[in-house]
Design a protein around this ligand. Structure first.
Ligand SMILES: Nc1nc2c(ncn2[C@@H]2O[C@H](COP(=O)(O)OP(=O)(O)OP(=O)(O)O)[C@@H](O)[C@H]2O)c(=O)[nH]1
Length: 412
């Protein structure tokens, strides 16, 4: 069942637009046209079943934002929409702990709202570290981030920030000021840039209005962005969102470049990049298994190319599950490879033999048919200086397995 978003809005036209925005983001819109109706809906549901609420500031039975108080008091992250653009209304709205607010009628705002809804779910997996010397300011920044569902971490010193970053691999953004007791914010940024690239960790520097030069210094020290205090709530959230999206886009590009489009496994190029370094630097034993589906052409010829794709995806998912602790890849066509570091050939043999039997017993439903297949495998632990050489040896052993009748493992 999709996650729900509560929409409280009296205009049917705007309700329809909001409903579309919510559905485009992948959620179910539960709509109420008044505060009374919202209370009634709410009696029948749990607050936890709502990702957030989109609430009209002015409703016939709640003219001054009373619906906002209702959803906030019900612990639902609240996004406000309003037809009023005056500063007084804005002040009333932003004085409440809301997620964000939008004025109706601007198409770009609806686009932004759609991105925000997607983010509220994704943010639950994203860590942000706030390094600020002042406890009061630090807690304020953390509270703002929590409204957007981020996983938050706090540091009061540069040393603390270093430790938190080393410990929590989900941290994607560091927000820092220049008031840390053991290092300047610039020094911390400079140091972090040696360890983490701009694509691995975004950094936003916070500077005071009285020290505007700090903003330029943050950027020169390697920060991705800066904000000057006091900032507009909306500006803060826009900057955070943009930086997080930047890092996610880079991650998506890396994933696309390094993985096979059909199965999601690493591709051949990335497999070599990842394993060659490991093999050169490590003195521990390692094995390579090269696996090939038997008579795969027959599956394509008998049931069609889509059936072949289905078999490849099923085998790839099995590989991901069975060899989760190792480095698997699709080498091309119906050929897969697994690099197994810190393992003896006897241990690898057992693991791969189990996998071969798992494939043998597989029955894959496809268009009214049950597809089955077997695999042949070459396995080696002989390392003569490169993974490429190991792979050549595994390939020769795989050839022997095919020659000996297929559906078997040959090691050496
Ligand atoms: N469906 C599908 N087929 C693919 C893909 N990549 C390669 N193939 C097909 O895989 C088949 C491989 O056939 P062969 O090299 O003759 O090997 P085989 O039939 O598995 O026979 P043996 O390896 O000798 O047991 C070819 O028909 C390719 O067109 C793919 O991504 N999807």
């Amino acid at each position: 069942m999709p996650t729900k978003v509560l929409v409280i809005e009296d205009s049917t036209t705007i309700t329809r637009v909001l409903q579309r925005v919510v559905e485009k983001a992948g959620y179910e819109a539960v709509c109420a046209s008044s505060l009374f109706q919202a209370r009634h809906l709410f009696d029948q549901d749990m607050p936890e079943s709502f990702l957030c609420a989109i609430v009209d500031f002015h409703l016939p039975d709640a003219p001054m934002g009373e619906s906002i108080d209702f959803t906030i008091e019900s612990y639902i992250p609240t996004i406000v929409v309003t037809g009023r653009e005056d500063e007084e209304t804005r002040e009333i709205i932003v004085s409440k702990p809301i997620v964000d607010y939008f004025t109706k009628g601007n198409n770009q705002f609806y686009e932004y709202l759609s991105r925000l809804l997607v983010r509220l779910q994704k943010n639950k997996q994203i860590g942000i570290l706030v390094a600020e010397g002042s406890r009061q300011q630090r807690n304020k920044t953390l509270a703002l981030l929590q409204r957007h569902n981020f996983v938050t971490y706090a540091a009061s010193t540069a040393e603390d920030a270093r430790n938190q970053l080393a410990q929590h691999k989900d941290i994607r953004l560091l927000i820092t000021t220049n008031d840390l007791p053991d290092a300047s914010g610039m020094e911390l940024v400079d140091e972090m840039r040696v360890r983490y690239s701009k694509e691995e960790l975004c950094i936003i520097g916070l500077s005071d209005r009285d020290h505007r030069k700090q903003s330029a210094n943050f950027i020169k020290s390697g920060a991705n962005d800066y904000l000057t205090r006091p900032f507009y709530l909306e500006e803060f959230f826009c900057r955070v969102m943009q930086n997080i999206e930047y890092i996610e886009n880079i991650e998506a590009l890396h994933r696309a470049a390094n993985s096979d489009y059909l199965t999601g496994l690493f591709n051949r190029r990335y497999f070599f990049q990842k394993t060659e370094n490991h093999a050169q630097q490590s003195n521990e034993p390692a094995c390579i298994a090269l696996m090939d589906i038997d008579y795969f052409k027959n599956i394509n010829d008998t049931y069609g190319h889509d059936a072949g794709d289905m078999v490849l995806k099923t085998i790839a998912n099995l590989i991901i599950g069975h060899f989760a602790a190792y480095i698997p890849a699709r080498m091309g066509g119906e050929e897969f490879c697994v690099y197994l570091p810190q393992i003896t050939i006897e241990q690898a043999k057992d693991l791969i033999e189990q996998f071969r039997m798992q494939v043998e017993s597989l029955s894959i439903p496809f268009a009214g048919n049950q597809l089955s297949c077997t695999i042949s495998i070459g396995l080696t632990d002989q390392f003569n200086g490169s993974v490429t050489d190991m792979l050549s040896r595994a390939d020769a052993l795989l050839y022997q397995a095919k020659e000996a009748g297929r559906n078997q493992l040959v090691c050496g």
